[in-house]
Design a protein around this ligand. Structure first.
Ligand code: DAH
Length: 330
């Protein structure tokens, strides 16, 4: 009896206790064997024996029940501890990505023009001579081709040197009126502090039927656009030359670093050049078979805008993929 009691008391787990239960209370267990002895016991002693055995059984059983409850409780506590969730724990932050400053700038430019109902057009990066030069009033051997350090392929194709060929593609595909911008990558054989062989431009083109588009339209939309991009800056239009526009103008804003007073960034001129523009040259319209139309066009470099907007001092950092730069644009 004492031995059975201590077996129950010393069980360390519910599993062990269950083995003890089978050993004591099972069909072939200790108690069954004891009860089997009744058969051999003299009749007058049977009652006494059975009574004692039942008392023993009851005592063992209540001990067993108590132990079972104790172990169940213990294992429950153990599980609660192991599976506990600490709601006050700070979780690790999921790393957040960031848009590249060029993308941010590109999106801002696209937002402005799409709000004015300009369509967004795309063209191939590998262009042919016709779209990249010829149709833009840059005939073969024209000295203006020298302005663009071109990457040539063997089969007379080129990596487009500007987004202007998308003007040509869009005009050939549609009829006027046209109001479009063409954002995208362009390529030039140039690599120094302020030039990378790949960069981005946004081209703009407006064409209307009849002689209705004037330089005034060009001036007003670009002035508004530059105010949207750079805030309260002065804007000036400076006569220039592009083969595809006549007259042409380069557009400057007052230097955002020194407020036009003159500093290193603006080479002490107080002005920053940000756009090329002009009235579409009649030769361009002729190349795409347009008659009795008028239009203006403009082109800008996105990297330059991004560097000015976000005060990034070195162009090369735009292409290094350095996480420390990108993190600042989250
Ligand atoms: N394509 C010119 C460049 O890459 C930029 C440009 C200037 C585009 C004047 C135009 C424009 O449409 O009218 O330098």
């Amino acid at each position: 009896m004492k031995e059975l009691e201590s077996k129950i008391k010393e069980a360390k787990s519910l599993e062990e206790l269950d083995r003890v239960r089978v050993e004591i209370f099972g069909k072939k267990g200790v108690l069954s064997k004891e009860f089997a002895k009744l058969k051999e016991i003299a009749n007058d002693k049977k009652k006494e024996f059975a009574k004692e055995l039942n008392l023993k059984k009851e005592a063992l059983f209540s001990l067993f029940e108590k132990k079972k409850e104790e172990l169940e409780n213990y294992e429950l506590q153990k599980r609660l501890k192991a599976e506990a969730v600490d709601l006050s724990l700070y979780s690790y932050e999921t790393p957040k990505g960031a848009l590249h400053p060029i993308t941010i700038t590109m999106n801002k430019i696209i937002d402005y023009f799409t709000a004015l109902n300009f369509s967004v057009e795309r063209g191939p990066l590998v262009e042919d001579d016709f779209h990249n030069f010829e149709a833009l009033n840059l005939p073969k051997n024209h000295p203006a081709r020298e302005m663009q350090d071109t990457f040539f392929f063997k089969d007379a194709k080129v990596l487009r040197t500007h987004t202007s060929p998308v003007q040509i593609r869009t005009m050939l595909k549609n009829s006027p009126p046209i109001r479009m911008i063409a954002p995208g990558a362009v390529f030039r054989k140039d690599f120094d502090l302020t030039h990378t062989p790949m960069f981005h431009q946004v081209e703009g083109l407006v064409v209307e039927k009849g002689d209705v588009v004037s330089f005034t339209h060009l001036k007003s939309i670009l002035t508004e656009f530059l105010h949207y991009m750079f805030g309260d800056v002065d804007v000036r239009f400076r006569p220039s030359f592009f083969p595809f526009t006549e007259p042409s103008a380069e557009v400057d804003i007052s230097c955002i670093f020194c407020d036009g007073k003159g500093c290193r960034v603006c080479s002490h001129t107080g002005w920053l050049e940000v756009l090329g523009s002009g009235i579409v040259d009649p030769n361009v319209f002729e190349a795409v078979g347009y008659k009795d139309v008028s239009g203006y066009a403009f082109g800008l470099g996105v990297e330059r805008f991004a560097m000015l907007l976000h005060k990034v001092p070195d162009l090369r950092s735009m292409f290094e993929g350095d996480i420390r730069l990108l993190e600042q644009f989250r």
